[in-house]
Ligand binder design. Structure first.
Ligand code: 13P
Length: 272
């Protein structure tokens, strides 16, 4: 066991020299946690992280907008980075209820989630709008976690590869190669989000490898090898290790299980 672990570490270290791909574990809190609950959760995560090996891992939390300032303040001297769950495409202006990218960078938020299926489904966000959001976020210096994934009917009708490719083409492939330094991808099959049903590790690996292959075709193999591709959809402490062990899975975007420090920490620990 110990021997296997050391071998894997050595192989990983060797591959990292070639690829330099960091695991990312990001908690998408969605519309959960008021101020005092957010404080408690951050406190728990900070405490737990002290006893977890976080080398070659980024730990990100994405609270609601109103709790971002507090989250940045409370995570300042920790490994935790803070992300927003959304951003508007315009620089600023008369967009009641919206938040601009430079307002996020101004308070110390470095990452934004764009294209989550809940934004696409409940708020009608289109590929075109998402592409504009990505451009704005990058122009203002934010990193982007770009989400996409097929519906159950797409998978049943075996259109999942086509759907995912289209989402990437229309939302992201207008970018220049160098923009990808600040872009991570999150494959989140919609049928696995909040349903308790996960893609099997093999299904996740198959899709992630496909994503890398289209990145290689559209850009270069080097770029394809360097982009982090996260899996999201009912990741739990019980299944995280197996999913993360797949070679093209570079961590996860976690919903429900990121709302309990203990579960989120176990998922962080599962990424190697
Ligand atoms: P669950 O982990 O609750 O399925 O949510 C996944 C997700 O949507 C993360 O963005």
């Amino acid at each position: 066991m110990q021997y296997k672990f050391i071998c894997r570490k050595l192989i990983n270290n060797y591959l990292n020299i070639l690829i330099v791909r960091t695991n990312i574990i990001a908690g998408n809190w969605k519309m959960n946690k008021n101020l005092s609950e957010a404080k408690q959760l951050i406190k728990g995560i900070k405490k737990g992280l002290k006893s977890i090996d976080t080398d070659n891992k980024r730990v990100i939390i994405a609270p609601t907008f109103v709790n971002l300032v507090g989250a940045v303040k409370r995570t300042r001297k920790s490994k935790i980075e803070v992300a927003a769950q959304n951003v508007h495409a315009a620089k600023n202006g008369a967009y009641t209820g919206e938040v601009a990218a430079d307002m996020l960078t101004d308070i110390g938020v470095g990452v934004v989630i764009i294209g989550h299926s809940e934004r696409r489904t409940y708020f009608g966000e289109t590929d075109q709008q998402l592409a504009e959001k990505v451009d704005r976020a990058l122009a203002e210096g934010l990193e982007v976690i770009f989400c996409f994934g097929e519906l159950l009917e797409d998978r049943k009708s075996e259109k999942h590869f086509e759907v995912v490719e289209n989402q990437l083409r229309h939302g992201l492939f207008h970018l220049l190669k160098e923009n990808f330094e600040k872009v991570g991808l999150a494959y989140e099959p919609v049928w696995a989000i909040g349903t308790g049903e996960t893609a099997s590790p093999e299904q996740a690996q198959e899709m992630h490898a496909f994503i890398r292959s289209i990145l290689a075709k559209e850009y270069t193999q080097e770029l394809a090898d360097s982009v982090a591709i996260l899996y999201g959809g009912s990741v739990k402490p019980a299944n995280a290790k197996e999913i993360f062990s797949k070679p093209d899975v570079d961590g996860g975007l976690i919903g429900g299980a990121s709302l309990k420090a203990e579960d989120f920490l176990a998922i962080v620990a599962a990424a190697e």
